[in-house]
Design a protein around this ligand. Structure first.
Ligand SMILES: Nc1ncnc2c1ncn2[C@@H]1O[C@H](COP(=O)(O)OP(=O)(O)OP(=O)(O)O)[C@@H](O)[C@H]1O
Ligand SMILES: Nc1ncnc2c1ncn2[C@@H]1O[C@H](COP(=O)(O)OP(=O)(O)OP(=O)(O)O)[C@@H](O)[C@H]1O
Ligand SMILES: [Mg+2]
Ligand SMILES: [Mg+2]
Lengths: 258, 258
């Protein structure tokens, strides 16, 4: 069975989608096939992987409604990386899910049968929306672990305790196996004092939970989605792409030890 | 009656909170008293205005539950700028509001009596969370207009049509007076091609709806919240603060013409 990792943080714009796309690509390049599940109605991961709008349905909304994984899954521009895209009707799922019999378990139950027969996939990455509502909770209940991208900014740091306390609540109430895979610092700028302070602060408080690999702020990273390809394909040698390649390596090392 | 402006965009991290705080401060400095309503459970606007956690309740959640505005309102570090802070229980409001008799109108109905007697306030600014759920819809139903901060990035541009189409739906279904106050470009970096492309793209498609004032990326802006003060108080001469002062002037000019 593949390992399921939710990429989550309710703070907006911290690099969730960018991390899901590029970590997924780097894992696939390292020979570990990945399925990327876009659970954000914005559909940014679907765009960043070059999936045309017309090909996105049924998508993750369909999956939640019972569509088989095989009909929702799409190939991407990256060998070894497939995706379940997001469509706009996913925005209505927050309220609809809350009326289901076991609202928090819908995604877990939709994925379980499909992944049981899955012998090739190594990882499933779930890109979450910027909120702690029913979509993110569903991702946390379905996941084995959660990866928290943290932008090196003061306001992002403030929100870290909120996402960690939701993870704790989901673990106690719905998913005892859920653990924090780690915290990944993103958009780091070594010339900027605030960035350095945030890095030091988080390392002091959370120690080993913070990944060694730091993702630098790098304009090539933000250009890549406009070409519908991950930065690893857009410009493999740039600092952002190299950092995501290292991140995949560190993730695999940490999984071996855990 | 004060003019009510919702600051909204479902894309995360585009500068909603930073714009609400600093536009509010600049309007207050120009002699126009402002009430800032923090409708985001993250509470970033409350932090950026230096309101201690212990003083935030009942907050906007209390207001939605019927607490009088006078008990929820707090003074801030800025003369002429008061705020209704956000508390974490606001996160539960999305689901609770959807069960109210007129779910979309709760905020409008909570504000109406309080603002009717209000003779000193010039503007109410509502800082919205990064979603198009019930909290943002409530803000759009309560508002006279909506200001959309737009980060100069490709993924942010992609989401613009989503927020504009929700505004259209709210206008037709619930609030015929609602109009787009304007689109404000944020975190603009003139050395970065992508920034310039996004600026040109948006101006071509939306013309006059795009404010002339552009907010540059400026590290002093992101430092200010860690001191609990707006950038206009943290470093008045920096490019970010000056841009927000110009933005307030442009807003007042546009309101006179409309
Ligand atoms: N390392 C980086 N260097 C430069 N830009 C980056 C980097 N990582 C992400 N970005 C850009 O920053 C913006 C925010 O990133 P992204 O959309 O991945 O964040 P998110 O957390 O998924 O946002 P949301 O909360 O809206 O889902 C995007 O425009 C992205 O291209
Ligand atoms: N002009 C700017 N220059 C530099 N940094 C900025 C600027 N505007 C905002 N920031 C920083 O960018 C980050 C995102 O801004 P902000 O939190 O205001 O966005 P938001 O849209 O309110 O986010 P959310 O979607 O989480 O509510 C913050 O850390 C903020 O300090
Ligand atoms: Mg995203
Ligand atoms: Mg905000």
């Amino acid at each position: 069975r593949p390992r399921i990792i939710a990429v989550a943080n309710q703070k907006g714009g911290v690099g969730k989608t960018t991390t899901a796309i590029n970590l997924g690509t780097a894992l696939a390049a390292a020979g570990r096939p990945v399925l990327l599940l876009d659970l954000d109605p914005q559909g940014n991961a679907s765009t960043g992987l070059g999936i045309p709008l017309a090909e996105r349905a049924p998508g993750s909304y369909g999956l939640l409604q019972g569509a088989p994984l095989a009909t929702a899954r799409r190939q991407t521009t990256v060998p070894g990386l497939s995706a379940v895209p997001a469509t706009r009707d996913l925005a209505g799922a927050e309220i609809e899910l809350s009326q289901a019999p076991r609202p928090q378990h819908c995604l877990r139950e939709a994925l379980a049968p499909a992944l049981a027969d899955e012998s090739t996939l190594s990882h499933v990455l779930i890109d979450c929306p910027p909120s702690l509502g029913m979509l993110t909770v569903n991702a946390l209940v379905a996941a084995d672990s959660v990866l928290v991208p943290l932008q090196c900014e003061f306001l992002a740091l403030e929100g870290l305790s909120q996402v960690l306390s939701i993870v704790e609540r989901v673990r106690t109430a719905f998913n005892p196996a859920l653990h924090v895979q780690g915290i990944v610092l993103t958009m780091y700028d070594k010339r900027n004092n605030l960035s350095v302070q945030v890095r030091d602060d988080v390392r002091t408080h959370l120690g080993d939970a913070v990944y060694e690999t730091i993702i630098p702020r790098n304009v090539r990273v933000s250009e890549a989605p406009s070409y519908g390809v991950p930065v690893l394909l857009h410009d493999f040698r740039c600092p952002g792409a190299q950092a995501y390649a290292h991140l995949a390596g560190e993730l695999l090392r940490r999984e071996r030890i855990q």
